[in-house]
Design a binder for this molecule. Structure first.
Ligand code: C5P
Ligand code: C5P
Ligand code: ZN
Length: 473
């Protein structure tokens, strides 16, 4: 398994990041004891899984910890834990100004968020080399680049997890992954852990019975099928296919290639006949990613279902469960994760229903809702993203969601679209500036960002956000 030769001479999967990755890897090898600190979402968990596998294989002693938010209090906790080196994955860049105030440890950062105005020696971030951190490389991708510098080609099997992280951060926007992420896909395919397929882009190909696959695919918004149980069933029944087995509906994964083609063609025809615009019809088919070592028909086989399973753990204070699944536990941890997934799905659907019923308030340049304690602050951003496109929520305005965070604070999550980003929207700057103005802090990506603000600052925050977005667009 020793690939030292490659470590010395190769340029790694993302050549532009190679020098930074080698510097970070050298620092980690020289450490006495590393604290690996990561973020509590799918990308953060896969980042931690990739990094911890690489550290383990390189013989570097380490411990792992997760933080919901890398705020000053969290950084103080980390500093007190007296590790000589702290590896931050999927966060750290945005908090570099605070991190560099501490001198008890050496920070090593593998992240893809907008960096704060400060510098540090061991900093691996695609944005520093002109690679888009919102769409071309995720935290898990940056961690993978680091893992390759630590262990060479022997670590290519970790590319599958890196792709789960990228898809968890919704980097597969335009029908598949692009940019640096494609190099990671190629490495996963070469290592035999990943396969790339052109397929229908509905969530639940592995696990959902066909009527549910169609009915719940609300993002597709096909009249007479999406959010329409009897419509979905009659669409399937009218096809000349045998879609039940033993009285039960089959799943997408159970269909033959011919059956899938027939179904896709019928679905596209149906969508066109119901007036769905061509760009949305085309978006029904794209590139999907399958983890070839995982059991077909499970939540782990398809990277997008895998990433949802991970969010169902880490966003509910069970990052340990998600990490164990990433590291190969297919027993108790997977059972627990499946249980958490049912709960997560219920919360998402109740949250979405609440937003639909209550509606959003449209300002000039942003629309917003305040779920208070009705939606958990750790998933309010996911709900906000899903709400876009449902009745009453506009496509042409960014959405800002609030939820109670306890301790006299409110969590803010903002989501935009690539079309808005092309017109100048940068939600990371909006969240940073608007939160600063009211005594909070925030950051993230141009298309998705967040903040924490004092509980009484909501309306003032909306005013600032509305004005800043207006200036950007
Ligand atoms: O902290 P991190 O970078 O891992 O989180 C990114 C967040 O942004 C995820 O919750 C992801 O779903 C969201 N996102 C989004 N739409 C995009 C890109 C990212 O909602 N186009
Ligand atoms: O929490 P949410 O999913 O809305 O986060 C969206 C993005 O904003 C993530 O990349 C997250 O890391 C970032 N964020 C941040 N600072 C905050 C809250 C969120 O950088 N205070
Ligand atoms: Zn991320």
């Amino acid at each position: 398994m020793n690939a030292d030769a490659d470590v010395e001479t190769g340029t790694g999967p993302v050549p532009a990041l190679h020098d930074r990755a080698v510097a970070c890897a050298d620092r980690l090898r020289a450490a006495d004891r590393v604290l690996l600190a990561s973020h509590i979402d799918a990308d953060g968990l896969t980042s931690a899984a990739v990094a911890s596998s690489a550290l383990e294989r390189a013989g570097v002693p380490f411990e792992t910890t997760f933080e919901k938010q890398l705020d000053r209090a969290a950084i103080e906790r980390i500093a007190r834990s007296s590790f000589d080196t702290v590896l931050f994955t999927d966060f750290g860049s945005g908090q570099l100004d605070v991190i560099t105030e501490f001198d008890g440890f050496t920070p090593v950062i593998a992240d893809h968020h907008q960096p704060a105005d400060a510098e540090t020696e061991y900093h691996l971030n695609p944005l520093l080399e002109g690679i888009d951190g919102a769409s071309e490389l995720s935290g898990a991708g940056a961690s993978y680049v680091l893992a390759r510098a630590l262990g060479g080609e022997a670590n290519r099997d970790l590319a599958g997890l890196a792709v789960v992280g990228a898809v968890g951060d919704m980097q597969d926007g335009d029908g598949g992954l692009s940019g640096a992420n494609e190099a990671l896909v190629a490495e996963g395919v070469a290592a035999g852990v990943l396969s790339e397929e052109t397929d229908i882009l509905l969530y639940g190909r592995q696990t959902r019975p066909l009527p549910k696959l169609l009915e719940y695919a609300s993002e597709a918004r096909i009249p007479g099928i999406s959010n329409d149980e009897s419509g979905a069933v009659s669409f399937l029944t009218d096809l000349d296919l045998d879609l039940k087995s033993g009285g039960e509906w089959r799943r997408w994964v159970d269909l033959t290639g011919d059956e899938r083609r027939t179904l896709v063609n019928a679905l596209l025809r149906h969508a066109i006949s119901r007036g769905v615009p061509a760009d949305r019809v085309n978006a029904l088919v794209g590139t999907t990613y399958v983890l070839t070592d995982e059991e077909p028909g499970t939540e782990l086989r398809d990277v997008s279902e895998f990433s949802t399973l991970l969010n169902a753990t880490a966003r509910y204070e069970r990052a340990d469960v998600g990490l164990a699944v990433c590291l190969g536990d297919r027993g108790p941890a997977l059972d627990r994760a499946r249980h958490l997934l049912r709960n997560h799905r219920r919360n998402l659907s109740e949250g979405l229903q609440w937003v639909k019923t209550e509606g959003v308030t449209a300002e000039e340049n942003v629309q917003w809702f305040d779920a208070e304690s009705r939606i958990r602050e750790t998933i309010v951003g996911i709900v906000a993203g899903m709400a876009v496109g449902s009745s009453g929520v506009r496509h042409d305005l960014p959405i800002v969601a609030f939820a109670d965070a306890g301790d006299g604070e409110i969590k803010v999550s903002a989501r935009g679209s690539h079309a808005l980003v092309r017109r100048g929207l940068d939600l990371s700057a909006v969240m940073r500036e608007a939160s600063c103005a009211v005594g909070g802090d925030g950051g993230g990506h141009d298309v998705a960002a967040g903040a924490t603000i004092p509980a009484d600052a909501r309306d003032e925050f909306v005013d600032h956000a509305d004005r800043i977005v207006g200036e950007q667009l």
